[in-house]
Design a protein around this ligand. Structure first.
Ligand SMILES: Cc1cc2nc3c(=O)[nH]c(=O)nc-3n(C[C@H](O)[C@H](O)[C@H](O)COP(=O)(O)O)c2cc1C
Length: 383
């Protein structure tokens, strides 16, 4: 039998809501709310959470440090952006975060897909050069994490006798994840990443990418993960109604503005592949069975959701698993309630179980929920 998927959730560190493209029932950016989401994910059996990076997000390392203090098991897939700080400084940050979390750090390499955003961070490299820069960055970073020392006189990075005094908990370092779909990105990932991540493209396209990464890796071990939204309900019909509801207040103007913004700002091949799935049109959003591109009408990055009953969605996930995917990074709007719903409905189908609280639930009688009011739940005979 295949291993259960490694299933992570997402911290919406730039805000959350219930109706895409509107302020209706939206939620402010509030670290207390992120603690709520992280605690729910921790309790329900998610193995970790992805914390994104960007000018509109809370800073990923600092947020992870806060959430770690409020959780017990959860791992933190924290975005690391080469060039926003030196590799030696990032090595100290990552080693300390791995130490204070007792080895709960995973790193997501984000090279970036917006020249404008990168310019704001002081990075002025064309698309493919960013990967050459990232390659040198991780030569220094990895050497520091593994041995405490590094020197490099590279084209982009110069480090003289760099030192890291306190090693990370995980040896030689926390695992490196990477998402990027360009040739340069895949070439980079093949040489360095332990896990290659793709946004939720249809299975045939994911299969192509996996084959491309495997070819480029030439025998080096790389595993694979997928980043998807989930709209799971007890029946397929209810799930599709929830998908419709999510974009029920979304105007054509909001779609046009979001698409124009993405096209103007992004040179990311991965983003172009996401946008091509729906082409800005709301009338052909099921881009492959149960794969719905409605989120991408306004949201950049992960733009597709698996929609359906638990059995339907689990079957679709098995198709990805058969291609080699072993990790899912999931989300749903709003992230607090949907973390609970996905765990309630989908985890049993996937064989994922929450850690059992070490508390007796009764004196042996079987309990029926909802029966009791203030005298307690109705008790049936044991058996
Ligand atoms: C799972 C996943 C998570 C990502 N997270 C971020 C993020 O937090 N911030 C960001 O700016 N880009 C993020 N990206 C985008 C990529 O890191 C990358 O910068 C971009 O797609 C450009 O790469 P490409 O042209 O090689 O596709 C993510 C991509 C994937 C697949």
């Amino acid at each position: 039998m295949t291993q259960p998927l490694d299933f992570l959730w997402f911290i919406p560190s730039s805000g959350d809501g219930q109706y895409l493209g509107t302020d209706l029932l939206s939620r402010p950016v509030d670290p207390d709310y992120f603690r709520d989401i992280a605690r729910v994910a921790d309790r329900l059996g998610y193995s970790g959470v992805l914390i994104p990076t960007g000018v509109a997000c809370e800073e990923s390392f600092i947020l992870a440090a806060d959430l770690a203090a409020h959780t017990e098991r959860l791992k933190f897939l924290v975005a690391i952006r080469p060039g926003t700080a030196s590799p030696a400084y990032y090595a100290r940050m990552a080693a300390t975060l791995d130490r204070v979390t007792r080895g709960r750090l995973l790193l997501n390499i984000v090279v970036g897909g917006s020249a404008q955003e990168l310019a704001g961070d002081g990075i002025f490299l064309p698309h493919d050069e960013r990967y050459a820069h990232a390659d040198e960055f991780f030569q220094v970073f990895n050497s520091l994490m593994a041995t405490g020392q590094a020197s490099l006189n590279g084209k982009h990075i110069r480090a003289e006798n760099a030192r890291l005094g306190l090693p990370p908990v995980q040896a030689p370092r926390p695992p490196l994840y990477f998402g990027g779909s360009s040739e340069a990105g895949i070439g980079f990932a093949a040489g360095i990443a332990e896990k290659y991540l793709t946004w939720g493209e249809p299975p045939a396209q994911v299969a192509e990418k996996i084959a491309q990464v495997r070819r480029a890796a030439a025998g080096r071990a790389v595993s694979f993960g997928i980043r998807l939204h989930f709209i799971v309900r007890e029946t397929d019909e209810e799930a599709w109604a929830a998908a419709d509801r999510l974009i029920s207040h979304l105007s054509d103007e909001a779609i046009a503005a979001a698409q124009a913004g993405q096209n103007a700002q992004s040179d990311s091949v991965g983003q172009a592949r996401m946008t091509a799935l729906h082409g800005g049109r709301r009338d052909r959003l099921e881009v492959s069975p149960n794969l719905w591109a409605g989120v991408g009408l306004v949201r950049s990055g992960a733009g597709t959701a698996l929609v359906g009953s638990p059995a339907t969605v689990a079957a679709r996930l098995r198709e990805y698993q058969d291609l080699g995917i072993d990790t899912v990074i999931a989300s749903g709007y709003p992230h607090l309630e949907e973390a609970q719903r996905v765990a309630d409905l989908l985890f049993p189908e996937l064989g994922i179980s929450a850690p059992v609280p070490p508390l007796r639930q009764s004196f042996g009688e079987k309990q029926v929920f909802g029966g009791g009011g203030h005298v307690g739940n109705v008790k049936l005979a044991a058996g």
